[in-house]
Design a protein around this ligand. Structure first.
Ligand code: NAD
Length: 388
């Protein structure tokens, strides 16, 4: 159970690039990092607009002289201070992640980077090599993975509760962009601009989330082949897709699908994963994250509730309040930020951090690789491609 006691000797001096006032994802980074006293917000380059960024930083209790106009100044000036930052979170639009992450690693900082890590597997591998060389942690915020039910699913599968795994059905299909809302909304506008978002929209923005959940639940299964078809139902978004279907074949004979969509009209979030085994299935839906459906063939459905003592101990280890009281995305992210902090501290002090998983650089590489393979398949006429 997590109860706010310290996990590391001293909070990590931490900064943010991006995540400024009005951004979608900045606040959950700060809430998650600061929740368990693992990090201390010491500096930042919070906004593409330096004035706005400084004003915002001051409102976050950051010293005015540590609110910098851009990430280069942030890394340069902080390196000169004895109490300079040790870690940085990057919460900017996709096209900037690669260069900021690379610069942060060169500045010997630990990194938490938004997904997608970058646009090509080559770039992702370069960041992975650099991170390892520098002995720096790179966490990637596949935040849903921090829900207790995901750990429960991982343990159930590892313990054979489902039997042999045959089918994995995934989707992240919301309806918020069923029309061209980008005309009025800055946060959506860059998401459909290939210069800023890279080779895909919903595959990278949405599909990689349930895909990572499947990697947590099924760490030993490898994709061997896939086929993808993608569409731009709002025509102005072409060549970027606002809907895509991917079918995959795994090395153990299992098959999987991912439906990625921003035009599933009426759907709030629609992120689900259903893992089907030879004996039973489990299903998780991010709109009801405290519950995990467990369906044994021939028996009534069981709804496993978060925080109950029938769960595996590995799942209960992430509990913050007993069952019945809802936990949500903020707690899931906090669980991951706690793991990032322990891993960062271990890297700095030679401790152990390999007894738990977290979405690290290899998760970032896998996400980029999956999108690349999907786009290659789709753009060659929705053909099966060997996974590269
Ligand atoms: P946003 O457009 O709402 O906000 C972006 C913020 O970054 C703004 O404050 C902007 O001023 C700032 N910014 C832009 N360029 C900058 C730069 N060069 N230096 C400093 N600040 C800069 O975007 P968002 O929706 O918050 O998305 C940001 C990132 O988070 C994206 O990569 C997105 O894919 C990712 N994201 C992840 C999740 C998740 O669940 N992990 C959810 C939403 C968004």
């Amino acid at each position: 159970m997590i109860n706010g006691e310290k996990n590391i000797q001293k909070p990590i001096r931490w900064a943010m690039v991006g995540g400024g006032r009005g951004s979608q994802i900045g606040y959950i980074h700060r809430s998650a990092a600061l929740r368990d006293h693992n990090f201390q917000l010491a500096a930042g380059a919070f906004d593409i607009n330096p004035e706005r960024g400084k004003g915002f930083g001051i409102h976050l209790h950051v010293e005015p002289d540590r609110c910098y106009p851009d990430y280069k100044k942030l890394f340069e000036e902080e390196a000169k201070r004895e109490d300079g930052i040790q870690a940085v979170s990057i919460a900017t639009p996709n096209g900037t992640h690669y260069e900021i992450c690379k610069a942060a690693l060169h500045a010997d900082l630990h990194v938490v980077c938004e997904k997608p890590l970058c646009f090509t597997t080559e770039e992702a591998k370069e960041l992975e090599t650099l991170g390892k060389k520098k002995n720096r942690v790179v966490g990637v915020t596949y935040g849903y993975a921090g829900h207790q039910a995901i750990e429960q699913a991982r343990q159930m599968i590892a313990n054979g509760d489902l039997g042999d795994i045959r089918i994995v059905n995934m989707q992240f299909a919301h309806g918020f962009h069923s029309e061209a809302v980008e005309a009025e909304n800055a946060s959506t506008k860059w998401r459909v601009d290939p210069k800023i978002v890279g080779p895909s929209y919903v595959l990278g923005d949405l599909g990689t989330h349930p895909l990572y959940l499947s990697e947590v639940m099924l760490p030993d299964m490898k994709i061997e082949k896939l086929m993808c078809t993608r569409q731009s139902f709002v025509k102005s978004r072409a060549p970027l897709e606002d809907n895509a279907y991917t079918i995959m074949e795994y090395d153990n004979g299992a098959v999987g699908t991912v439906w990625s969509s921003a035009v599933n009209a009426g759907s709030m979030h629609g992120q689900k994963i259903r893992v089907i085994g030879s004996k039973a299935s489990i299903e998780w839906w991010d709109e009801q994250p405290n519950q995990l459906r467990y369906e044994i063939q021939g028996k009534p459905v069981q709804i496993l509730e978060r925080g109950m003592d029938y769960l595996y101990p590995e799942a209960l280890a992430d509990d913050r309040i007993s069952g019945g009281h809802p936990e949500g995305l903020f707690e899931a992210w906090s669980n991951l930020y706690t793991r990032f902090a322990i891993a960062m501290d271990a890297a700095d002090h030679g401790g152990e951090s390999n007894h738990f998983w977290y979405p690290g650089i290899e998760a970032g590489v896998k996400g980029v690789r999956w999108v690349e393979n999907c786009v290659r398949s789709a753009d060659n006429g929705a053909v099966w491609v060997d996974y590269q």
